[in-house]
Design a protein around this ligand. Structure first.
Ligand code: FES
Ligand SMILES: [Fe+2]
Length: 359
């Protein structure tokens, strides 16, 4: 085993938190945006207005008014046009300005000359995603496997840290027994050796990896209670930060989608969406919601304690194999950045491999 002094720089935790562009980011659950409503969000430090028109279509615009920068989302929306609260400029949902009330007919500019920047937006499986970037061809939107009639639940929490620290905090496979210690879920005594095989994601699903289908660990007791039996699970991870988990027994399925969206360089929203098709599953929603919020808050507190420590610039150690996915995360992120700089498609450098750790 290498001593710390011999670890190359990238074998330490990189806390720089570059916010990767050219990607779909989770914005909000569909149900949070009624027809005729609009809302403000900051994503990757950009102000974004997300709205739903009276026909039900979702749109996204730069939220600063082209006139003097006022937040357009503080104005009004009639289901067809957004009107700025300051001087009443109006904008169609594609960003085209349609009226500048202060202008006489011969003055410049006229409404036709003005556009608010438009963002690509997509709605899928009860989620609204915004594409941050300028690419002409867009990657596929992250999707959970279809599981038929289902219940859905969304919880979100903001971590006061950059996307890297949130993402690697959530993917870490060795913290369960300590951070999520619980009679129902895990205890330190239940730690045992695990071996799991991983494969690179097919190119069509983006840059990432998959923990191949396997029978869920004996210390995943919550799954067993929820799905009635020992489920098989499969987990995929896609850069910049979307984790999709599918667990199923002969009868029932559970899918979880976890997505990190940087608000800015020091705040990251963590969204967790759950789907299940257990009969009368709707009755479970309040319990599952409380459980999920508690779970996510345990992760948040663990990450915040790490952030406090990292502020002192300590030397850190990435171990074998429990920290391998963290290494992959950085490696794929560097590859995504390099591909963007060199104007080429990213190449997945990962190989099929079996990792082992105790958790
Ligand atoms: S700032 Fe929006 S209309 Fe003037
Ligand atoms: Fe966790």
């Amino acid at each position: 085993m290498d001593s710390v002094a011999h670890l190359p720089a990238n074998e330490q935790l990189d806390a720089s938190g570059v916010m990767l562009r050219e990607a779909w980011y989770y914005a909000l659950p569909s149900q949070a945006l009624a027809r005729g409503a609009m809302t403000h969000k900051a994503m990757l430090g950009e102000p974004i207005l997300i709205g739903r028109d009276s026909a039900g279509a979702v749109f996204a615009l730069c939220d600063t008014c082209p006139h003097r920068g006022t937040l357009l989302s503080r104005g009004t929306f009639n289901g067809r046009e957004v009107q700025c609260a300051y001087h009443g400029w109006r904008f169609a949902t594609d960003g085209q300005c349609t009226a500048i009330p202060s202008q006489t007919a011969d003055q410049k500019p006229q409404a036709a000359d003005i556009h608010a920047k438009r963002y690509r937006v997509a709605e899928s499986q009860g989620n609204i995603w915004v594409y941050i970037g300028a690419a002409k061809t867009l990657p596929p939107i992250p999707q959970v496997p279809a599981i038929g009639d289902r219940q859905q639940l969304h919880v979100a929490m903001t971590f006061d840290c950059n996307i890297d620290l949130a993402a690697i905090g959530l993917m870490d496979p060795a913290h369960g027994a300590f951070v999520h210690r619980s009679k129902l879920w895990r205890s330190e005594d239940s730690i045992h050796e695990k071996r799991k095989s991983f494969s690179p994601l097919p190119e069509s699903e983006g840059l990432g990896w998959r923990m191949d289908r396997h029978v869920a660990s004996s210390n995943s007791r919550a799954y067993r209670i929820f799905l009635g039996g020992a489920p098989e699970t499969e987990i995929s991870y896609r850069i910049p930060s979307v984790r999709i988990e599918h667990a199923h027994t002969a009868k029932y399925d559970y899918c979880g989608l976890t997505a990190c969206t940087p608000v800015d360089a020091t705040h990251t929203e963590v969204h967790h969406v759950m789907y299940w098709n257990v009969p009368l599953g709707g009755l479970l929603r309040p319990i599952v919601r409380a459980f999920a919020r508690r779970f996510l808050d345990q992760d948040r507190r663990a990450v915040m304690a790490m952030v406090e420590g990292l502020a002192f610039n300590p030397t850190t150690i990435l171990v074998q194999d429990a920290d391998t996915q963290t290494r992959w995360y950085y490696r794929l992120k560097r590859e995504a950045l390099a591909a963007q700089m060199e104007n080429r498609s990213p190449r997945n450098p990962l190989q099929r491999v079996t990792l082992s750790w105790r958790s």
